[in-house]
Design a protein around this ligand. Structure first.
Ligand code: BG6
Length: 514
């Protein structure tokens, strides 16, 4: 048996060989960046892999005037630029092209929804899509309630309990609210029109191959679980580091900041997956139940603790790969006196039997020296009796590289060959690309496919979203009322503010060098 055959991924296995049911996917805000860079390339790649439903059509809904032909041409340009597989296969595109349609309308215009209803009826006849719908809301979050209400008013959302043979699902993109109270308000609006099993809240980190592998790695290997606790683990470090600045997203970032943009969603997903108890099964709710328990066990911070355990930063001018780059407040559509955070460092405590006493250090920032997302598990120090005088301070470290260079490595100490007992840290390294000989599919491919299959495992549930807002909310409130006097406090191209180093060092630990 080869290694490849021996590798068994139960999450993957659920979808093997399954083709989604016929459906029409309607993308609201199809002229935006997300559709161009991620959604259409993902759909094309699903088509290329034969993973789209056999009866399928896609409708773009947006405000700009254009014909079907213009829409198709633009989509081809985008897919040609952003698809992970190149060049575009003519035989795949020619079929996919004929499945693309455009419906121009403002989001509040009833005429637009009437036209959509008519178009969908015709597509059902032409493509055999059987009344099944997925509405993807790739719009600013402020538009979500309006669009869902309009879809409901025009009878475009079926209650699956009344019409068990048809589905209508809604996909929404983060941010799910701006803070705890707006998230609660959004959820109450959604609940007026939808059941939880129709809601697909996308956090694209969950679609990343390496994030899905966290569960397999932890629970399909007998060597992990016995060590995965406060007896053996000293602390955990989670890093989401980006080289890029905020680019053209100045307006959006001014209302968000990194705590909302990355920590509340992507990082909390990573924390919950790395810390959760084994689920009783691999179904969506069993996994999500365990994740919520972890989020609910994270110790809420008081104002004094926030000062000690939460650090914010903002980049100033600096250099990335030797090229000068602007500071945050010089970016387009950003206030010159902005206090928005582009870096966050946090220390969290999870109050469970497994994790009590194990700090989780989180750091994330824009304009750091390199793009790297990883989870590092640092094991406890050795008793000093045998090798203490010759070991240069090295804990065993397990590193799960989410991206790039996806893989897992384990650092352990080894004897240097020779007559003395000199010890040196060495590394065992597993790399996806060299082992499996392929680059993993994009997160959106997996997520779109799962939504068509009706599998919610990799989507956030309402209680998960609210639980992570509860953790973040006290920090948001504290940071809103006290403005830092030191911003910008790190130069672009450096590893964040000195205060973040101080935060971890006061606990006797150090950030890993990446
Ligand atoms: C998005 C954030 O959710 O994730 C962006 O809004 C961030 O600010 C991006 O750059 C990072 O995603 P990835 O897949 O490149 O790690």
């Amino acid at each position: 048996m080869t290694d490849q055959v021996a590798f068994f991924n139960p999450l993957e296995d659920k979808t093997i060989g399954k083709l989604p049911d016929p459906c029409v996917l309607v993308i609201f805000g199809v002229t935006g960046d997300l559709a161009a860079k991620r959604l259409l390339p993902a759909l094309y790649n699903l088509a290329r892999e034969g993973q789209l439903p056999s009866h399928f059509a896609c409708v773009g809904f947006a405000r700009r005037e254009k014909t079907n032909e213009q829409f198709r041409k633009e989509m081809l340009d985008d897919v040609s630029t952003y698809s992970r597989t190149q060049p575009i296969k003519e035989e795949v595109w020619s079929v996919f092209n004929e499945q693309l349609f455009y419906n121009r309308s403002e989001f509040d215009n009833d005429e637009g929804y009437k036209a959509l209803k008519e178009l969908l009826k015709n597509l059902d006849l032409e493509f055999g899509t059987k009344g099944n719908r997925i509405y993807y809301l790739s719009t600013p979050p402020s538009q979500f309630p309006l669009i869902i209400k309009k879809l409901h008013q025009h009878n475009l959302i079926y209650d699956e309990h009344t019409y068990p043979n048809k589905f209508s699902r809604i996909v929404i993109e983060k941010p799910f609210g701006h803070d705890l109270s707006s998230a609660l308000a959004l959820e109450s609006t959604l609940e007026l029109y939808l059941h939880e099993d129709q809601m697909y809240r996308i956090d694209h980190y969950l679609g990343k191959e390496t994030v899905q592998n966290l569960l397999v790695f932890r629970f399909a290997n007998a060597i992990c679980e016995p060590l995965w606790n406060n007896k053996y683990i000293d602390h955990v470090q989670i890093t989401v580091s980006e080289e890029d600045g905020i680019g053209t997203r100045g307006k959006l970032y001014e209302e968000a900041g990194t705590l909302r943009d990355i920590v509340q969603n992507h990082m909390m997903q990573l924390v919950s997956l790395i810390a959760m108890e084994p689920p009783v099964s691999l179904n969506a709710n069993s996994i999500r139940d365990e994740k919520v328990k972890i989020l609910n066990s994270i110790r809420p911070m008081t104002e004094d603790q926030i000062k000690r355990y939460a650090v914010r930063g903002q980049y100033g001018p600096g250099f990335i790969k030797g090229e000068p780059v602007r500071g945050y407040t010089q970016e387009d559509n950003v206030s010159s006196t902005s206090y928005i955070d582009t870096y966050v460092g946090l220390e969290l405590f999870i109050d469970t039997w497994r994790w009590t006493g194990v700090p989780f250090f989180l750091r994330t920032g824009k304009r750091l020296p390199k793009r790297a997302t990883e989870i590092a598990i640092l094991f406890k120090e050795l008793p000093e009796i045998l090798f203490s005088s010759i070991i240069p301070h090295q804990n065993n470290t397990l590193v799960i590289r989410i991206q790039p260079d996806e893989g897992i490595s384990l650092k352990f100490n080894s004897k240097i060959p020779g007559s003395s007992t000199l010890v040196h840290p060495v590394k065992m390294d597993f790399r996806y690309s060299t082992h499996f000989g392929t680059t993993p599919p994009e997160a959106y491919e997996r997520l779109l496919c799962d939504c068509m299959l009706g599998d919610q495992t990799l989507f956030a549930r309402k209680d998960e979203v609210l639980a992570s807002w509860k953790i973040i909310q006290p920090i948001l409130e504290c940071w809103q009322t006290t403005h830092p006097s030191t911003f910008p406090n790190y130069a672009a191209g450096t590893w964040g503010p000195a205060a973040a180093d101080h935060m971890i060092q006061q606990e006797g630990r150090f950030w890993r060098q990446i």
